[in-house]
Design a protein around this ligand. Structure first.
Ligand SMILES: Cc1cc2nc3c(=O)[nH]c(=O)nc-3n(C[C@H](O)[C@H](O)[C@H](O)COP(=O)(O)OP(=O)(O)OC[C@H]3O[C@@H](n4cnc5c(N)ncnc54)[C@H](O)[C@@H]3O)c2cc1C
Length: 413
């Protein structure tokens, strides 16, 4: 991969997401040569993917090139490559762009969509885990309305505008809310020839409540908001199969050619890892993020599960683990004692729409306008880069004033 050999130990980080970026930021480059590898040349702010899919934000407001983020870092190398295999014995990683020796390897590869082994669903449903998928979803939704204009058959027209979201976690809830707002405020202006009552939005959840990771009261509030916005919520209703036209669930069948899958993620593993420390597609690590039985292999973020119970697969623990691991590396090489990682999730939240969000902060359960304000502020702070923050703020500001989402472009790439 054309990385110079030096006397310094080489730390290879795979994945420039929330966790990997933090390690790269915080590792002391006097001690190490750092190589960051990612299959994309940008970092994605995944919490706002749904806004790209539902015409609220441009993709480049939530993505930033790695080279822009980490330019001028000495002793640091970025390589655009997909790592396919790790040879733990020889300490070499194999990628589509060549191979590389490491002294220490940090896996920060995040997660990927979990279809729970349902091949048909994987084939026909629309996922939303990457920027490409969010853009694809945006194209697909808009294209359906354009096609509906040509359709003279009532049933076929309704079918084009029948959207089913599977998964009642934050992503599903946010997507359903955003589509419902589109239906009521933008759709009538853009498509006056079509009847917006024909748009149906279904949200299907396998368990008995939405937002399983949040408090009961936030979950009830989110349900109430969505129902008021016209979303058909189906609880306790695991999906069985989907053939591209009919979705089979425990409670019956739904006809839809637009099934969006947000029902779960699993660790993005790379071949070569040993089965003995893998659990439910994640890599088991100790409180120092070290993989058991491997002296120079570490994992952080979504792909890692820290004993005994693991952390939620969200951005903050990934970032904190990245910062913490880098600090421990620096401490180790300064001959200081290592500090175990300690994290308790204090804030969970989801946005449903304009002035509507739910927020669990410690023991406080907030909903409505203040929760919405907290959600907006925290997400704005967390977006990487000043330009992206500004772009997002401008978009949100104008959308709030105009009741409009202006990025309704179908761009087939
Ligand atoms: C739609 C959606 C909404 C979300 N909303 C929220 C939210 O509101 N709040 C919240 O806290 N969290 C949210 N999350 C979860 C959050 O985004 C993840 O927990 C976080 O991204 C995990 O960080 P990470 O560093 O482990 O992995 P990621 O940020 O996913 O980064 C992994 C990186 O590894 C790279 N990679 C993977 N495999 C390879 C390979 N083989 N070779 C090279 N590179 C590779 C990927 O390209 C990627 O850049 C959401 C996630 C999604 C998908």
């Amino acid at each position: 991969m054309n990385i110079p050999n030096t006397n310094l130990k080489r730390v290879v980080i795979i994945g420039s997401g929330f966790g990997g970026l933090q390690v790269a930021y915080k590792l002391n480059r006097k001690f190490f040569q750092i190589v960051l590898i990612d299959k994309n040349n940008y970092h994605t702010f995944q919490p706002l993917l749904y806004q790209v899919a539902t015409f609220g934000l441009e993709p480049d407001s939530i993505a930033k090139s790695i080279r822009t983020i980490l330019n001028n870092y000495y002793n640091f190398f970025f390589r655009l490559a997909k790592v396919n295999f790790i040879d733990l014995k020889t300490q070499i990683i194999f990628s589509n762009m060549g191979e590389l020796y490491y002294d220490y390897l940090i896996l920060a590869t995040g997660s990927k969509t979990n279809f729970f082994g349902k091949k048909n669903i994987e084939k026909f449903a629309l996922p939303m885990k990457t920027l490409e998928e969010a853009l694809n979803l945006r194209n697909c939704i808009l294209q359906r309305f354009e096609s509906a204009l040509y359709e003279t058959n009532y049933k076929k027209q309704c079918l084009l505008m029948n959207f089913v979201i599977v998964g009642g976690g934050p992503t599903g809830v946010e997507l359903a809310g955003s589509l419902a707002e589109f239906k009521s405020s933008i759709f009538p202006k853009d498509y006056p020839e079509l009847d917006n009552k024909k748009i149906k939005i279904h949200l299907i959840q396998a368990t008995k409540r939405l937002l399983d990771g949040m408090s009961e009261s936030s979950s009830k509030k989110a349900l109430k908001y969505l129902k008021n916005m016209g979303v058909n919520v189906w609880l306790n209703n695991p999906v069985k199969d989907y053939d591209g036209k009919i979705l089979s669930t425990n409670k019956g069948k739904l006809k839809s050619i637009n099934v969006i899958w947000t029902a779960g993620v699993k660790g993005a593993l790379i071949k070569g890892l040993k089965k003995k420390y893998l659990a439910n597609n994640r890599i088991q690590v100790d409180c120092f993020n070290k993989v058991k039985g491997e002296k120079n292999l570490f994992a952080i973020g979504d792909v890692a599960v820290m004993k005994p119970n693991g952390h939620p697969m969200i951005a903050l623990p990934a970032m904190k683990q990245g910062i913490h691991l880098a600090k421990n590396f620096n401490r180790f090489f300064s001959k200081k004692q290592l500090i175990p990682f300690n994290y308790h999730n204090k804030i969970t939240m989801a946005i449903i729409g304009r002035n509507k969000a739910v927020c669990d902060i410690f023991f406080l359960k907030i909903s409505g306008f203040f929760a919405w304000l907290i959600w907006m502020s925290i997400h704005l702070i967390k977006i990487v880069g000043f330009r992206n923050k500004l772009l997002t703020l401008i978009n949100w500001g104008t959308q709030y004033i105009n009741y409009n989402k202006s990025i309704r472009l179908i761009i087939n790439y």
